[in-house]
Design a protein around this ligand. Structure first.
Ligand SMILES: Cc1cc2nc3c(=O)[nH]c(=O)nc-3n(C[C@H](O)[C@H](O)[C@H](O)COP(=O)(O)OP(=O)(O)OC[C@H]3O[C@@H](n4cnc5c(N)ncnc54)[C@H](O)[C@@H]3O)c2cc1C
Length: 382
């Protein structure tokens, strides 16, 4: 990892994560990308080292760290050239388990969290549906009271870890007439009767990560599976998405830095017309623009992370950072391909995978267009 002054207090942590990922995981990434799968042993390895419990309290086996520590993790773990794997891990450990600890009942937390932090039980978060992504208020999955239990019916799509998750946080509608107070999230055991992984999706990138379509037919859950209270699902989703978006932003920054590093090295080594291609002003100009975008992205993302860590309202900053950094990361990966010339288009070099993988970042967790809408709304709010 390039030294990032912002994380100076976590230098030792960053070094040990960097060592682990570059020595143990990076050499196997290409094989896993080709196999369209990475083994669950990755989660277990990270769990053994305590890395799956960064935001989870010691009571459940975590280390009780804060968002800044989690941010440092995102920016070093994001150096792995497999954004799908990185986000699969981060969704499980930083977003899903974290949300379960904040909102879950004691029964649900004791059931899942001790296993989650050692990588023995994996989580997924299911908001999106075939007919509702950006327009989440129009989800059709319902949870209806039946005596002392609830029955969940509906389908979800694009769910990261969906095919391997043991527990799934499912956003449902519990009262179609209650507007934003009509949503409730349940934690569903994937072994429940009526739950099915309908199919795994084939994608442009994120090949090692599974993205699945899920089906719920009269899946029975009891009150211990409710996150918070009935009707609080929408507010919880908004808070979780804010952190998820920042996690994706910090992960994208790491990918953008890796593209810059790879492109700089190549431009210095590759000769054309008797000189290094980095000597051509147009190429050195690309490299400078890449660096400038990364510096700006860092400034915005770290300010948002500061605000989140200090419990300040950061919806505007997070939306602005996600939009800028995620869009720029794709631009940076594209320029890395360009600087590599024909080799950039081959799988012998990493920029093509960075480009395919980073391309999801302006879509996942809320698109750049939706971020634009939030920015406009927040600015108008003053
Ligand atoms: C690999 C992958 C992993 C994912 N993981 C998860 C996961 O784990 N859990 C989960 O719940 N979801 C997940 N998603 C879903 C992702 O969050 C959605 O794809 C995303 O929110 C966009 O929704 P959509 O695909 O339905 O696009 P749509 O909402 O149909 O949007 C289509 C286009 O219209 C634009 N648009 C829509 N509304 C507006 C508007 N108001 N103003 C301007 N433009 C607009 C969008 O920006 C986009 O360009 C994942 C997706 C992928 C591809």
């Amino acid at each position: 990892m390039r030294a990032i002054p912002y994380y100076a207090e976590h230098e030792a942590f960053v070094d040990s994560v960097a060592k682990l990922i570059h020595q143990e995981l990076a050499p196997k990434i290409s094989e896993w990308e080709r196999a369209n799968h990475f083994p669950n042993e990755v989660f277990k390895l990270l769990g053994q080292q305590g890395y799956l419990g960064l935001l989870i309290s010691e009571k459940y086996g975590g280390i009780g760290g804060d968002y800044k520590l989690a941010g440092a993790w995102c920016e070093v773990f994001g150096e792995l050239p497999s954004v799908g794997l990185t986000v699969a891990v981060n969704m499980h450990s930083l977003v899903i388990s974290h949300a379960l600890e904040i909102y879950g009942t004691e029964e649900a937390k004791s059931k899942w969290l001790p296993k989650a932090v050692i990588g023995e039980a994996l989580g997924a978060y299911a908001f999106t549906e075939p007919g509702a992504g950006s327009d989440l208020a129009h989800i059709r999955t319902t949870a209806t009271r039946k005596g002392s239990t609830w029955l969940i019916n509906g389908s979800k799509t694009f769910i990261t870890n969906g095919a391997r998750a043991e527990y799934i946080l499912v956003l449902t509608k519990t009262d179609p007439n209650a507007g934003y107070s009509g949503f409730t999230t349940f934690v569903v055991d994937a072994k429940s009767k009526g739950f099915k992984v309908s199919r795994k999706l084939h994608k442009l990138g994120w090949h090692a990560s599974d993205t699945a379509e899920l089906f719920f037919s009269d899946v029975e859950v009891d009150d211990s599976c409710i996150l918070g209270k009935v009707g609080e699902g929408w507010a919880q989703a908004a808070a979780n998405l804010n952190w998820e978006r920042l996690m994706l932003t910090l992960t994208s920054l790491a990918g953008a830095r890796m593209c810059l590093e790879t492109a700089t090295k190549y431009a210095l080594e590759r000769k054309a017309f008797g000189r290094a291609v980095s000597d051509f002003p147009v190429i050195s100009g690309y490299l400078k623009d890449m660096e400038r975008k990364i510096l700006l992205g860092e400034a915005l993302a770290h300010r948002a992370l500061d605000d989140l860590s200090n419990h300040r309202d950061c919806r505007l900053l997070v939306a602005a950072a996600k939009r800028m950094v995620c869009d720029d990361a794709v631009w940076i990966a594209d320029k890395a391909i360009q600087i590599h010339g024909g080799y950039g288009y081959t799988t012998e070099y990493t920029p093509e995978r960075w480009w395919r993988d980073l391309r999801l970042m302006p879509i996942g967790g809320g698109t750049s267009e939706i971020m634009g809408g939030i920015i406009t709304k927040e600015l108008a709010r003053g």
